[in-house]
Write a new protein. Structure first.
Length: 101
């Protein structure tokens, strides 16, 4: 299983993207929470509020899920971090059954 870490501009955007991924069986579950971000943009340090999605994705769906995030995301260049995750076998079995993997 993989975890995809994706910051979004708003809570509404994160909810919309995660619902699309779940309904298309590209992710099993999404955890959505507010974050404080700091980054450099055009020579200035920007501090901003964002909402992050932590998506639980079966390995066979990662590339398709990344493409869907890029398609739906409002940022020109969204960050899509993919992290290997150890998952207990019962959850992995359930996830595979839910996502047809």
């Amino acid at each position: 299983m993989k975890l995809m870490y994706v910051p979004c501009k708003t809570k509404e955007e994160a909810r919309s993207i995660s619902k699309a991924l779940i309904s298309q069986e590209l992710c099993v579950c999404a955890n959505i929470f507010p974050i404080q971000s700091a980054y450099q943009n055009e020579g200035s340090i920007v501090e901003d509020e964002e909402t992050v999605m932590l998506l639980k994705v079966v390995e066979s769906k990662v590339e398709e899920a990344k493409q869907k995030v890029k398609e739906l995301h409002s940022y020109d260049t969204p960050f899509i971090g993919v992290i290997d995750a150890y998952v207990n076998k019962e959850y992995l079995k359930w996830a595979g059954e839910e996502n047809g993997a």
